[in-house]
Write a protein that binds this ligand. Structure first.
Ligand SMILES: Nc1nc2c(ncn2[C@@H]2O[C@H](COP(=O)(O)OP(=O)(O)OP(=O)(O)O)[C@@H](O)[C@H]2O)c(=O)[nH]1
Ligand SMILES: [Mg+2]
Length: 456
């Protein structure tokens, strides 16, 4: 989502870094470019101006101009100010001191409330909070069905009553149920409207006073850009929000909303939705987001995603082979693909690694539908072939194609993909990521997926 902004900032800051000396006018030229990049990313105008004023003040002061590596100092200042703009500290969910933590999700139609409810429930479930979901969208029966389906997917019960019309009463009863069953979290999925209207706000206010939620989270669609900021302001004024969940950050929104919400409303972004799947919810961390925008790589995010999805035993086995024995064969390839499948889009994941080549990522993408075919192909090989892919000549490939019911072309394509991944593994090891992340030669104890972090 921040690709364009990221690239532009990288360009300007890269030029700063190359210079031995900086003058005030050089800084001004650079800042003008940064300003343009921010505005193109749809950042609020006033915010962008204040941001640059602060950067300039610090950059021309603070001995930066006289320092040995002024460019790097400027980069650091931009980074710090970006973190400041995004909200400084990571703001997690507040937990109720007694009784269940009640999270009320509000937002316009289609912003992602119901999906987010399920994602949050999954997250809280994993934290041992034994959550309960409740469907407050009484206007569309399909909305209740949707939540029930999602609840089933994440293994969280759903409270609903298709006959109850009074939403505040429904919320109260959900809370009673949560208390009775000793749930430590209750997530209320409310109905959306096409736009902010008094009736919607009134209903939500009544829900709010009925159950006194610990958190009132606005679910806002990042794709709507500055509109998301305006909506946040409206909901905040009417309800007093405690946080924002910004969804669809995986789309091609320009990122202005993410960069403006905290600054414009004072309400922190707590989570971001990064996909349709129930595991595609990340805690929002200003520090990490700034790192990503400045292409410093979201290594921590990577660790967290990996932690949630990896089969640790399999990862350790792979890690050991690649790092210690320098081996990576087709069997490993298959294992790696299966792991990556669980992690969601490979591209998004690897994009978090600093220095990853974007073009290489595109080539390395795993199409979920192809995994089955790939499995069939690899399983049609002899153990020797899997271990030594270089022996796969034309006639062997033809046999494998027949055996797996795939075309020779597909077998060839697979081999190409395999070689790319092999190359990628080498590259990641070269960058020292294997070692840094608990594997790799001299990387100390620990196992991880080749090049990817596996915290223990
Ligand atoms: N790509 C992507 N899609 C998302 C994300 N969050 C939600 N969606 C999709 O957005 C659409 C709407 O999501 P819902 O959760 O039904 O939205 P809602 O706010 O509950 O909608 P209403 O109940 O009609 O107001 C669905 O197709 C979701 O899969 C996200 O983070 N990324
Ligand atoms: Mg909904």
């Amino acid at each position: 989502m921040f690709d364009e902004l990221s690239e532009k900032l990288d360009g300007v800051l890269g030029r700063f870094k190359q210079r031995g000396l900086l003058t005030e006018s050089m800084i001004d030229d650079g800042l003008r470019e940064i300003r343009r990049a921010l505005l193109e990313a749809d950042v609020n105008y006033q915010l962008a101006r204040d941001f640059l004023d602060r950067v300039r003040e610090r950059a021309v002061g603070e001995q930066v101009l006289k320092s040995v590596r002024p460019g790097e100092q400027v980069v650091k200042i931009v980074h710090d100010e970006l973190v400041e703009l995004l909200g400084q500290d990571r703001q997690g969910l507040v937990t109720a001191p007694a009784g269940p933590t009640v999270v009320l999700l509000v937002g316009l139609q289609g912003s992602g409330k119901t999906t987010t409810a399920a994602k949050l429930a999954r997250r809280l479930g994993r934290e041992g909070k034994k959550p309960l979901l409740a469907a407050l969208d009484v206007y569309r029966p399909a909305a209740i069905d949707q939540l029930e389906t999602l609840g089933g997917q994440v293994g969280v019960p759903v409270f609903s009553d298709r006959r109850e019309r009074d939403v505040a009463r429904l919320a109260e009863r959900a809370l009673e149920q949560a208390r009775a069953d000793r749930h430590r979290a209750l997530i209320l999925d409310s109905a959306g409207r096409l736009q902010i209207d008094e009736q919607l706000m009134d209903e939500l206010r009544r829900v709010k006073s009925a159950v006194e939620p610990t958190e009132v989270l606005l679910v806002a669609d990042a794709m709507t850009g500055q509109e998301a900021v305006r909506i946040s302001e409206g909901f905040h004024e009417a309800l007093g929000l405690t946080g924002v969940v910004l969804t669809k950050l995986d789309g091609d929104a320009r990122g202005g909303a993410a960069l403006s919400i905290k600054g414009m409303t004072g309400v922190p972004i707590k989570f971001v939705g990064v996909g349709e799947r129930v595991d595609a919810l990340d805690a929002f961390d200003p520090q990490r987001m700034a790192d990503r925008i400045l292409q410093r790589g979201d290594v921590v995010g990577l660790v967290e995603r990996a932690q949630q999805a990896f089969d640790v035993d399999e990862a350790e086995r792979l890690q050991k082979r690649v790092a210690e024995e320098g081996k990576f064969d087709l069997q490993d390839f298959l294992g790696a693909l299966r792991q990556m499948q669980k992690l969601g889009p490979l591209e998004g994941l690897l994009g978090m690694i600093p220095g990853m080549d974007k073009k290489m990522l595109k080539n390395a993408k795993v199409d979920p539908k192809r995994l089955k075919h790939i499995e069939a192909i690899v399983l049609s090989m002899t153990p020797q072939e899997r271990a030594k892919p270089q022996i796969l000549n034309g006639s062997r490939r033809a046999r494998i194609a027949r055996g797996s019911g795939r075309s020779v072309q597909e077998v060839n394509q697979l081999m190409k993909q395999f070689q790319q991944m092999q190359k990628m593994m080498k590259q990641m090891r070269k960058m020292g990521l294997g070692g840094m992340m608990g594997g790799g030669p001299g990387g100390g104890a620990g196992g991880g997926f080749p090049g990817l972090p596996i915290p223990r």
